[in-house]
Design a protein. Structure first.
Ligand code: PMM
Length: 282
């Protein structure tokens, strides 16, 4: 399923590049903390094949401490504004309505909330009123506690049910159905094995009736999969595995993949689109 938004390709899985304006993200912490460097990086992501750029100012890695809300605003809004002014389609990765509101004013086109509107009660009304696409991720708890919440009776059925319930809450609050994007939240209150279970059943998430976003890029479960005698595969050496996940996501009908280095994923989604077009004509 696609997301009707001007400027986004409608005929293939889209690639969302990530700019973390944080000193401490697991994947690229500190590298783009300076606003000028963050903007330059966002433009580079587009040159490397990103269809849109997701700008966040708070690390959500397991155990990360929350940032001061004003600090998050100071990190994110100038970067959103400069990228949007440069013609880049921008999503803002935040759980906080004040940041989302100012980012939308600065030109962001999408709100990506890892809590799906659960962290800040003003978020869903804001998104409904602004009438912008809203990424609703499966989420159970804030980062310091999230890995204490990995108990499920059946991880696939429970995550699907909890995500569907949150989508219902979002729709009930007035967000238009075609504006909602769903995300299984890989790594958020999930063990590595649980991530693999969800990935093996992406079609079930796509069947929820909303565009599906998959965000596996560089995550710890890929490092564990590729571990050797020196330990987990280093974060920056998980790109091929990330592209493999982009391929299976596109094949499962995902609307988008969220990645730190778009180059391989941009190729992967084009391969899948070409194959699908061929299969459709067969
Ligand atoms: N993961 C991270 C941050 N934002 N947003 C969505 N929609 N889905 C995710 O899985 C997700 C996210 C954590 O990764 P990062 O700190 O490297 O960006």
């Amino acid at each position: 399923m696609t997301l009707p938004l001007a400027g986004l390709p409608q005929d293939r899985c889209v690639v969302m590049g990530v700019v973390n304006v944080t000193p401490d993200s697991f994947s690229d912490g500190g590298r783009w903390f300076d606003p000028g460097a963050a903007v330059e990086h966002g433009l580079e992501l587009v040159r490397h094949g990103a269809d849109l750029v997701d700008v966040g100012g708070e690390s959500t890695r397991p155990g990360a401490l929350p940032v001061d809300r004003d600090e998050e605003l100071r990190r994110v809004v100038p970067v959103v504004r400069r990228l949007a002014d440069a013609g880049v389609l921008v999503s803002v990765d935040t759980m906080w309505s004040a940041t989302a509101e100012q980012a939308l004013e600065a030109g962001a086109a999408i709100v990506n909330d890892v809590s799906g509107g659960r962290a800040d009660e003003r978020m869903i009304p804001l998104v409904a009123q602004a009438d912008v696409p809203f990424v609703v991720m499966h989420w159970r708890a804030h980062s310091p506690q999230m890995q204490q919440h990995t108990q499920y009776d059946d991880v696939l059925e429970d995550v699907l049910a909890e995500l569907a319930a949150q989508v219902r809450a979002v729709l009930d609050a007035g967000v238009a159905p075609e504006r909602v994007v769903v995300d299984p939240g890989l790594g958020f209150s999930k063990t590595g094995d649980q991530n693999w279970t969800l990935l093996a059943h992406l079609r079930r998430f796509a069947a929820l009736g909303h565009p599906l976003l998959v965000a596996a890029s560089r995550k710890g479960f890929l490092g564990s999969l590729l571990a050797d005698e020196h330990g987990p595969r280093p974060v920056m050496e998980r790109e091929d595995a990330t592209a493999a996940i982009s391929t299976i996501s596109a094949m499962a009908g995902a609307w988008g993949v969220r990645v730190h280095d778009p180059r391989r994923s941009a190729d992967a989604v084009r391969v899948v689109a070409r194959l699908r077009a061929e299969a459709a004509h067969a």
